[in-house]
Design a protein around this ligand. Sequence first.
Ligand SMILES: NC(=O)c1ccc[n+]([C@@H]2O[C@H](COP(=O)([O-])OP(=O)(O)OC[C@H]3O[C@@H](n4cnc5c(N)ncnc54)[C@H](OP(=O)(O)O)[C@@H]3O)[C@@H](O)[C@H]2O)c1
Length: 335
Amino acid sequence: MIEKIDPASVPRRTMPAGSMPMIGLGTFGSDHVSPAQMADAVLSAAEIGYRHFDCAEVYGNEKEIGGAFGQILAGGVRRADLWVNSKAWNNHHKPEELVAACERSLANLGLDYLDLYFVHWPFPNFHPPGCTVDSRSADARPYIHADFMKTWEAMESLLGRGLVRNIGTSNMTLPKLKLLLRDASVKPACNEMELHPHFQQADLYDYVDKQGISIIGYCPIGSPGRPERDRTPEDTVVLEDPLIVAIAKAHGVHPAAVCLKWAVQRGHAPIPMSTNPKNIAANLRAVTEDPLSAVEMEALSRIDRRCRLVKGQVFLWKGAKGWEDLWDQGGTIAR
Ligand SMILES: NC(=O)c1ccc[n+]([C@@H]2O[C@H](COP(=O)([O-])OP(=O)(O)OC[C@H]3O[C@@H](n4cnc5c(N)ncnc54)[C@H](OP(=O)(O)O)[C@@H]3O)[C@@H](O)[C@H]2O)c1
């Protein structure tokens, strides 16, 4: 029997347009979850009570997920009660290509608007899906703000055309966001970034939060199923952190639930991916009952290991020193 959780019990965050459920189902299947399996996960999640789904054209499964949305809507869920994200991939930063990418995502998802549309990465650097981490594109280049502003203006035009209700950034850094906020007519409604207790990104988080921009956290439980090629020896395992394990034991839940409670209580929306209906349900339940205490939250704030899991090596340009350059670690935009 599939567990059902009332969607009304899920915390929400008011956005410039609409209100976003504070947990979503991630839909990036990488190379181990087929599009059909992900569509089944979306169906299970909706049945359990999820209403927020984090999609992207590069995940290669929007058509199948669109089939699932068709069934969910036919089953009586109102479109207004769903919250659907998608993202323009790096090879669609040119304004006309970005608009076409958005229209394609809408057609594949079977929707006539998106609740939130992101620029997936701030670089127009393409790499083929599934390539190895040492693969590099000869055309890759560093962040060029004037070019990104043209991409952002195209994002703003989508709002005017009613194709999207909110626009956002993803994988941004502090210096890039400061430039965008200086020059944009419409500031991002949301920034999607890697966040888990071993990667808390306090400086960027606090800045985004103070600007009134909402935050979605990806890899919220440390992406335990990511393929071997996306792992490095320095990566830590958040689900095995002794503090998280101890808090999980005290609450009688899996360590994943502690990561998700921490996220929502900190103030951002986690988007765990799962194809297992038991885990899908447990993740939703985690954010609707039995919150962490202030003491637990404070203790968790002290276990940041600054461990970035998604390093983005494949986006590096010729002349870049290493993946740290993608993240402007010196506080200025790396060239
Ligand atoms: N904007 C970006 O650039 C970006 C980058 C990366 C990811 N994302 C988004 O973020 C989403 C989540 O990231 P992710 O999928 O890499 O990492 P994640 O959500 O941290 O981890 C997913 C893994 O955790 C397992 N899992 C889920 N719930 C569990 C539970 N309760 N107990 C035990 N294991 C559990 C899943 O396996 P089972 O299927 O067996 O449950 C799956 O292998 C993606 O799907 C995507 O939508 C965005």
